[in-house]
Each structure stands twice: as C-alpha cells, then as structure tokens.
Ligand binder design. Structure first.
Ligand code: SF4
Length: 457
C-alpha cells in the first residue's frame, strides 16, 4: 500500500474529518454506488444509521448535516461551506432531497438519519450503514462504510480485507517506518523532503506536486485570514466566543513589545484562527485531521513570518516532510481520536509540524526524525474528551499549545546531533499500544474527561 502526502492533506469542511468529512464522503460514495449499479432511478427512500463514536457525538460534529450533503452529491473538497447549512435546512423544511443532485426523493432528516449512541459495528468505532428502498418499501441495497480518521473512508469490502486505501502504486523509495525513511536519505544522500518528492512522482509530476502543495498552503492561509477576521460565538450551544479576531487586534496594537513572547502569541493566533474556522464548519485542510487542523498551518505561518528567506520551496518541503511523518502514524498507529484518543490527532499533527519545521530550518534527516519523536512523545496518552461532543473545548486551545510544542521540539532537535534514546518508530508503537489500552470513554465519545467535568450553561 502506498500513501501520498495528499492523502494526509485534504481540503474539506469542519468540524471533523472523521465525523464530517468521512460521513459526507461515505454518503456520496453510496449514491455513486447506486448510480453505478443502475439502482438509483428506482430509489424512493434512503436511510443512514451512524454507530459508535459517530452516533455518540455525531450531532456536535455535524455528521447529520454531512450525510445529507453527501447524499445530495456534495463532496468535502468542493462543497461551499457558506451554502451548506441553508442547503440542509431546505432539505429539512421541504422533507425532500435530490440524491446525487438529480433524483428527488422524500427525505426526513430526523427520521432517515439515525444516531445509535451505544452501539458500534465490529470493525471500527465510526461505522455507518446506508440502505436504499423502492416505492414498495423493499430494500434495494445496503452498504457499510467506516470513517477511519483523517477523512479516510472504507467500504465494507475494503474493511473486510483490512486495507486502508486500494493503492499499490510502486514508489521510488518505499517506506513504512522511520528507520526505512532514514535509510533512504542515507543511501541517496538526500533530505527527507527529497525522498518524499521522488515518491510523489509515482502519482504526478514534480510540477503538479509542488502546485498541489502550494494550493494546500494557500487554503491554509485563506483559513487563517478568515479566522482572524471573524468574531462572534461558535455554533453548537456552548456559546464559545471566537478569540482570534480580538487577539490579532491586540497583537497588532502591541507591535514592538520587547518582551520576546510575541512570536509565540502569533503562533497561538494562527492556530486559534484555523480551529475556530473548523468549529464553525468552514473550509480547512485536514492535517492530518480537522480537529488537529490548526497545528501544521500555525507552524507554517510561524516559519513564513519569522524565517528569513522562507519561500514557496520551503513551504513545499515543510509539507512533504510533515506528510511523510503523517504517513508513518497512519500506517503504524492511527490518526483517529475515536481509535486512539487525541494523541492520534493532536499528537500526530504536533509531530508532523515539528518535522516540517526542522526540515526547513536545515535539519539533518536524523534531527528531523528527532523533532518528530519529541513532538509525539509529549502527547502520548492524550485523551479525546470534547465537551458537548463539539470540536471546541479543549480542541481549539489544544492546537495552539501543540503548535508551540512543535516549534520547541524542532528547535530542541536542531540543537542536538540527531542521536536520541527513543526512536520515532518506538514512540509511534507506544502511541498505538497506549491507544489500545485507553478506555473507550476517552476516544471521542464525549463520555469521559473534560466532557464530564464541566458545568454547561
Ligand atoms: S479532543 Fe482531540 S481528538 Fe478529540 S475531537 Fe478534540 S482535537 Fe479531535
């Protein structure tokens, strides 16, 4: 199996890659399946059931809205975040839906999308069942899908084969461990970003890869720009106040402050901006997930703002390196909060950002690997306990803190020679095992941790 960095960095909408992007994609795939099998014209009713973590926190994560949009033919990277809510509202009021944008059926949003809070499907905690019926109520089709983190979706056939992505594309420097990745850099005398860039040529030209990654960087920049210009409160009922706009005004007002703390406050601002946009259902890039979407952009913005000579090539190298580390987490552990807790989301993102920054700071491959290891090591055991099932508390601030940790990790690694006691591979293995030991209530169910110890008002 081969993973591209574009499997890690995907444009979508908030608030959750596994609970919003994944269900939208699954619903879209189900309708495509109906179309391909010639069943679509006979469909008069569609029903979707969400299980496990999706059922427990689907309302707060926008899963119902995502399913409705996916059934209507919307895709995460193309959907207009501004038009999405009115589109769902219209379906709700009219009690009708245009499947795939072309086949109108009666549809009751509250009845036809069912959330099972206490039942999960065997294969994964984010399971979905879609069914289609004809006008006599006879079932025409039934498909299971699984949202396995970062917007990745498996259908029941893929899940049965226990594979993530059906892609056997041979790459120039195959690796599935940090050790193998380092061995390629040693053998070729190149940097980690060079190794990954060479691999990406299996899917597209270097020009296309660079353009694609610069597009990802531009979406991240637009997201920050939107975030720092939007005030008010976030949707969902917690009445969480958006802080990025005020923080920017405050930072701009104290330009020239010589305390030395301002650069970290700008990093905080960048992360808050992205995660507030995500919580509001705006357009974000999974990095590697939506909940952790602020860390890589915040550290990239830090590099852009503070590193002399930071240019497009540096942005591309940052993302190639961060993507390579994300692949290691995806292949050897998990990037799903529902599977391993927040260490898989924020921890992986922190590690990715640390590696990306170390790369553009001129680190050796060993120093970059060291930075990635520091980035995950101090997030091990981090639970997923979103208050109210919303990707707001603690998620938004957690991204800011992790972005600063990533910068510290990169700078610590650059001060050393790359030698260290715990390898990145061992830290990832520890993350996987810690996640397996973690009680389910700490895995994106909003039934443990902070989610229980807050007075909601
Ligand atoms: S606590 Fe972490 S894993 Fe859980 S929803 Fe928030 S960001 Fe995602």
């Amino acid at each position: 199996m081969s993973l591209s960095v574009f499997d890690l960095f995907k444009v979508g909408i908030g608030p959750s890659s596994s609970h919003t992007v994944g269900p939208m994609r699954a619903a879209y795939l189900f309708v495509e399946h109906l179309r391909e099998t010639g069943t679509l014209p006979r469909v008069e009713q569609v029903r979707c059931e969400l299980f496990g973590s999706l059922g427990a926190t689907g309302h707060g994560h926008g899963s119902v809205k995502a399913v409705v949009l996916g059934l209507a033919g919307e895709q995460p990277h193309l959907v207009d975040p501004v038009a999405a809510e009115p589109q769902v509202q219209a379906a709700r009021e009219e009690a009708r839906l245009s499947l795939g944008g072309e086949h109108k059926i009666a549809f009751d949003v509250d009845e036809d999308v069912v959330l099972h809070r206490n039942t999960r499907l065997d294969f994964h905690s984010n399971g979905m069942v879609f069914e289609a019926f004809d006008d006599a109520g006879a079932r025409l089709d039934r498909r299971e899908y699984y949202s396995v983190g970062g917007g990745f979706v498996l259908d029941e056939d893929e899940a049965g084969r226990q594979v993530l992505v059906e892609d056997d594309t041979p790459v120039r420097h195959p690796f599935s461990t940090g050790e193998q990745l380092l061995a390629h850099t040693t053998a070729s005398g190149s940097r980690i970003s060079d190794v990954v860039l060479a691999n990406e040529r299996s899917w597209r030209t270097e020009v296309e890869t660079r353009a694609g990654l610069l597009h990802i960087w531009s979406v991240m920049q637009e997201c920050v720009e939107q975030g720092v210009n939007t005030g008010g409160t976030l949707p969902g009922g917690l009445k969480v106040r958006r802080r990025a706009r005020e923080l920017r005004a405050s930072l701009e007002g104290s330009e020239g402050d010589s305390s030395g703390a301002q650069d970290m406050e700008w990093v905080t601002l960048f992360a808050l901006a992205v995660n507030e946009q995500n919580a509001a259902g705006g357009r974000v890039v999974t990095a590697p997930t939506n909940g952790a979407a602020g860390i890589v952009p915040a550290v990239l913005h830090y590099a852009h703002r503070y590193l002399p000579g930071f240019d497009d090539d540096a942005a591309v190298r940052f993302l190639l390196t961060a993507g390579a580390i994300g692949v290691l987490f995806k292949e050897n552990a998990s990037i799903s909060g529902a599977e391993v807790g927040c260490q898989g989301e924020v921890g992986s993102a922190c590690s990715m950002a640390a590696a990306g920054l170390a790369e553009v700071l001129g680190g050796t491959p060993e120093q970059v690997e060291n930075a990635a290891e520091i980035g995950i090591e101090h997030n091990l055991g981090l639970t997923c306990d979103p208050v109210g099932g919303l990707v707001q508390i603690p998620c938004i601030e957690r991204n800011a803190v992790a972005a600063i940790t990533a910068i510290t990790a990169a700078r610590m690694a650059l001060r050393g020679d790359g030698r260290h006691h715990v390898s990145l591979d061992k830290a990832i293995k520890t993350m996987r095992e810690t996640g397996a030991d973690m009680k389910d209530k700490y895995k994106e169910t909003a039934r443990g941790g902070l989610a229980l110890n807050i007075v909601e008002c």
